[in-house]
Unconditional design. Sequence first.
Length: 269
Amino acid sequence: MTTSVKAPARRAVGELLREWRDRRRISQLDLAIAADISTRHLSFVETGRSKPSREMVLRLGEHLEVPLRERNRLLLAAGYAPAYGETELGAPELTAVRDAVRQLLTGHEPYPAAVVDRGWNLVDANASLGVLVAGVAPDLLAPPANVLRATLHPDGMAPNVLNLGEWRAHLLGRLRRQVEQTADAGLAELLAELREYPCDQPVPEVEVPGPGDIFVPLRYLHRGTELTFFSTVATFGTPLDVTVAELVIESFYPANPETAEYLRARASA
């Protein structure tokens, strides 16, 4: 006797749109006004009584700030072909993107910088990132190396992060917000894994700045020298490709003159 396994049913586009609207905490009225459609029509779309056009799906996705990958899923759920391509980063079409990223990484020397994808997997980095990953276990750096795992794992950067509790809370909060914004199941699994890592420092539930604080620093011990960094995050401004939209460039800057001098001296040596 042969047992057949049914494929999971595709969810209706109206149900998905309603979830995104709820996630963004936008009322039907506000979304209808922003998208220039009637509230009645939007209600019919969400309940499945009316099928939206391809243009309406894209318009609603735009106003709900749905990630490009998820906009493609909305289109598929509505019976349309995806609108946004997903090109391999090594493809000839993305040569200009790769060149721009490499220029940013190289130009940031002697300070660390890295590029990650939607899952926080390392895509590229400059040579100065070696300051931060020098003591990380080789298996945590084996491709595809996940930078959050390499940072918070006991065999990763964690033993040398002097303010591990504070930095851990910052990273987990950032990832939690990303999960809420994208509804990405893989990121939710990663968040659950990272929360299980041990931490022998108090982890604040809420990031409350102290007197004079202007950012959460990364205080890192490198070969007996304490280095202090802050970071900036950059993305492509007008992406129309899923791969490009999901690239994130994180650049670390010295937070004091001592760290800057140490990194410059290291680069010169």
